[in-house]
Ligand binder design. Structure first.
Ligand code: ADP
Length: 236
């Protein structure tokens, strides 16, 4: 542990002094956050404090106006939009509040989609999708479309879709925000179990302290700045 309660391990992904404004509204004012390989970091804070913006900067979706973002020993915020897009596709997975499954596709096809886009053969992609359905306790639901799944099931399909491509970092923005607390906790448990088994780094935005308790470390964002808290499960 460092003196600030941050991880002693090297950062896989890191925002350094990141600032960005939307018009005249500053969303981040010099925020620092990092996650080591395999670490699960929960980003908490009041609504409007800059959590989603920080996640979008880390993920290379937004380019900050000042500061730096590094991934895997490479500065990424200065890359072109096209290069950041490729980097995201090859290294990052995303889960949002509402799973954003493709409604016309079955659960199995939704999970297989990123694999197909990455060039996998259809049979191979579907076999992998079935394996992920099994891992997330979704056996028997492969033919269902998103309208035929419960909220918790749909989020687990979204999680399977994000993890099936083997991302180095999974970004999750309020993944349990639309679920009741019991279902949300179940999805979180699955997310953490799957990420730990795969060695995936997770950056998770949540306002729910029970959800954040599953993380190795908590980061609080307030007024566009981030403070790392140590926790019982922090990296040693
Ligand atoms: P949080 O995720 O903590 O709720 P956000 O990162 O979404 O906070 O927002 C931080 C601030 O930036 C808020 O004042 C919000 O209104 C503003 N903001 C975020 N995204 C945009 C946008 N696309 N356009 C204008 N203002 C935005």
């Amino acid at each position: 542990m460092s003196a600030t309660g941050g991880p002693a391990r090297a950062a896989l992904i890191e925002a350094r002094d990141v600032a960005i404004s939307f018009g005249r509204t500053p969303a981040l004012r010099g925020a620092n956050v990092s996650a080591a390989a395999g670490e699960i970091v929960a980003v908490m804070g009041p609504s409007g404090s800059g959590k989603s913006t920080l996640l979008h900067c880390l993920a290379g979706i937004l380019a900050p106006s000042s500061g730096e973002v590094h991934f895997d020993n490479r500065r990424i915020d200065t890359l072109s939009e096209a290069k950041r897009s490729t980097l995201r596709r090859d290294n990052f997975g995303f889960v949002f509040q509402f799973g954003q499954l493709v409604p016309e596709l079955t659960a199995e096809e939704n999970i297989a989609l990123p694999l197909l886009l990455a060039g996998a053969r259809r049979t191979q992609a579907l076999t992998q999708a079935q394996e992920w359905l099994r891992r997330l306790d979704l056996d028997g639901l492969q033919e269902r479309r998103s309208g035929e799944l419960s909220g918790g099931q749909a989020q687990r399909v979204a999680l399977a879709r994000a993890l099936a491509a083997g991302p180095k970092v999974l970004f999750a923005d309020e993944p349990t925000g639309a679920l009741d607390s019991l279902t949300g906790e179940n999805v979180m448990r699955q997310l953490v179990t799957a990420a730990r088994r795969e060695g995936t780094t997770v950056v998770l935005v949540t306002h729910d302290s029970r959800v954040a308790a599953y993380a190795d470390r908590q980061v609080i964002v307030r007024d566009g700045k981030a403070t790392s808290l140590s926790s019982g499960r922090a990296a040693s």
